[in-house]
Design a protein around this ligand. Structure first.
Ligand code: DQQ
Length: 540
């Protein structure tokens, strides 16, 4: 066990031991950010699902609290599953969650804090009348889960919320109306449905501003607003989203680009990332996104190391005005408080086929900003490039050379380049003959450990006229969160280095293109570790 303790992260949220999955009911209350999470108190694999609870003043330094809810009622005895918080205008907090019943039926239950004046919200009361909602006719009893935060409906005093399901193989978001969180009415039609996508878990639905740079409260609507629909697809464990317009009166959401709707469209994160959920942070007027980073090794390895999963660093979410097609995800600014001293700043000219070591302290815990300028003449020669149809996942990874890529950084590498996780751009010729940029993270040589996932993750990313190719990386021992072009495309890597461990970790920049030189400008900060403290009550 101790041997594997280095795989634990230094500044991501994770429990002291055992299994964790979805983030639940994130909220802000009396100066504290609250995070609840799916947790197994008994083992490093999924089961006995209980709500873990932690609080933080800054979304980075956490304090473990006693469990908020345990499976102890007939209506949640097989698991206190995922739910969302709603803070009502009078300050009351409604926590609606899915319970797996003694009969394995998925029902919705209500819980609320026993004492709202407690900033830590230590005690939670389950409503006597639970469950408040059972699967409606035509919906499978195992296909009805993960209620959202509510938003205001078209009529006075009417609230709406959505719950994911499937009908046949069509993923759907059902909409319910309520005025009290104890009685609900299923509305006709659905918010949205996509054939062939299967069960929609952890649906999220929220407004984004097309004009301002602040986030919007969940009920906010009006001009200059678009609505994001996100579904976590149970069939392939991917979080998909699309941006569209919401007709409140008709209760219908229409994707801006039907090609990019929740079935085949954009992914929030092209790496290991699932069951995400946003909340509105009134303190900083932003919308913050949480996501579950699972393991890509085997269950037996997880049992051996005694823990599984971490939560992503919370991200602010904004509409990307420049493309109009993407969201922008960016680590919350509070992460910058972990930066130690001044950054290492370097400009490196990288000839075709070159790699350079960047000397930095503690390369296992870094915040990296890097931008790359590609030789203009070479870029114009894109017509010569012959990579129509390039995709990260089917490419050979960073070792496969093309005319205009790959180039980028290599993180969690050892000195001998035996463990390497390259994160890079690759420019190919798109179907329209113009340059198309791909953002990839290559796990294929990230570890010598047996039985771990070793894919090449990634996607194309819009790089607009006048923009450099830019990336930001948060490196944390066994997790790398990579953001391209200000957060248009994001990839989370879960890696299991065996050599590039702690002080042995190194950082490189590279250019493996055959036909272009690249100038890399990098800024690198070492990040402090965060010690998650236990609330004293846990010891009682
Ligand atoms: N995890 C929960 C469910 C949800 C799934 C159970 C998504 O409520 O659908 O642990 O990861």
């Amino acid at each position: 066990n101790a041997m594997l303790s280095w795989q634990r992260t230094a500044y991501h949220f994770q429990p002291q031991k055992n299994w964790m999955n979805d983030p639940n009911g994130p909220l802000y209350h009396k100066g504290w950010y609250h995070l609840f999470y799916q947790y197994n108190p008994d083992s490093a694999i999924w089961g006995n699902i209980t709500w873990g609870h932690a609080v933080s003043k800054d979304l980075i330094h956490w304090l473990y609290l006693p469990f908020a809810m345990v499976p102890d009622q007939w209506y949640d005895i097989n698991g206190v599953w995922t739910g969302s918080a709603t803070i009502l205008p009078d300050g009351q907090i409604m926590m609606l969650y899915t319970g797996d019943t003694d009969d394995y039926v998925q029902v919705q239950n209500l819980a609320y804090p026993a004492n709202l004046s407690d900033p830590l919200l230590l005690d939670w009361v389950k409503l006597k009348g639970n469950p408040v909602l059972v699967p409606p006719p035509g919906i499978g009893v195992k296909d009805f889960r993960d209620p959202t935060t509510r938003w205001t409906g078209p009529q006075n005093g009417q609230w709406l919320l959505t719950i994911g399901s499937k009908i046949g193989k069509t993923g759907v978001a059902l909409v319910y109306e309520t005025s009290n969180f104890t009685s609900f009415k299923l509305l006709d039609g659905v918010l949205h449905a996509v054939p062939g996508t299967g069960m929609w878990e952890c649906v999220d639905f929220y407004p984004v501003s097309t004009k301002k740079t602040n986030g919007l409260e969940t009920s906010y609507n009006g001009p200059g607003v678009k609505h994001v629909l996100k579904a976590s697809l149970d069939d392939n464990k991917q979080d998909h989203y699309a941006i569209g317009t919401y007709d409140l009166g008709k209760n219908k959401w229409t994707p801006d680009n039907p090609e990019l709707d929740c079935g085949i469209g954009l992914r929030l994160d092209y790496g290991k990332y699932y069951a995400s959920k946003t909340f509105y942070d009134p303190k900083k007027e932003r919308r913050v996104l949480w996501g579950w980073i699972g393991e890509t090794d085997s269950e037996s390895a997880d049992l051996q190391k005694g823990w599984a999963s971490v939560q992503s660093i919370p991200r602010t979410v904004l509409y990307d005005k420049k493309t109009g097609t993407h969201l922008l995800q960016w680590p919350v600014e509070e992460i910058e408080s972990l930066r130690v001293g001044d950054p290492t700043v370097k400009q490196v000219d990288l000839q075709p086929g070159s790699i350079e070591l960047l000397r930095v302290d503690s390369a296992a815990e870094l915040d990296i900003e890097a931008s790359f300028e590609v030789d203009k003449v070479a870029l114009q020669g894109i017509i010569e490039a012959d990579h129509v149809g390039f995709s990260c996942s089917t490419s050979g990874g960073a070792a496969s050379r093309g005319i205009l890529g790959p180039f980028g950084v290599i993180v969690i590498a050892d000195q001998t380049l035996s463990d390497v996780t390259p994160v890079y751009f690759y420019i190919s010729k798109g179907a329209d003959g113009r340059a198309e940029t791909h953002f990839c993270a290559d796990q294929t040589r990230s570890s010598e450990a047996p039985g771990v996932g070793k894919q090449v993750y990634g996607s194309s990313v819009p790089v607009l006229d006048g923009e450099k190719h830019s990336m930001r990386l948060l490196v944390d021992h066994s997790i790398v969160e990579s953001f391209a072009q200000g957060g248009r495309t994001v990839i989370t890597s879960r890696i299991y280095p065996t050599k590039a461990v702690n002080g042995a970790a190194r950082l490189f920049v590279f250019n493996n293109a055959t036909g272009a030189s690249v100038t890399a400008s990098v800024k690198i900060w070492s990040l402090e570790s965060v010690n998650i403290q236990s609330f004293p009550l846990q010891d009682l």
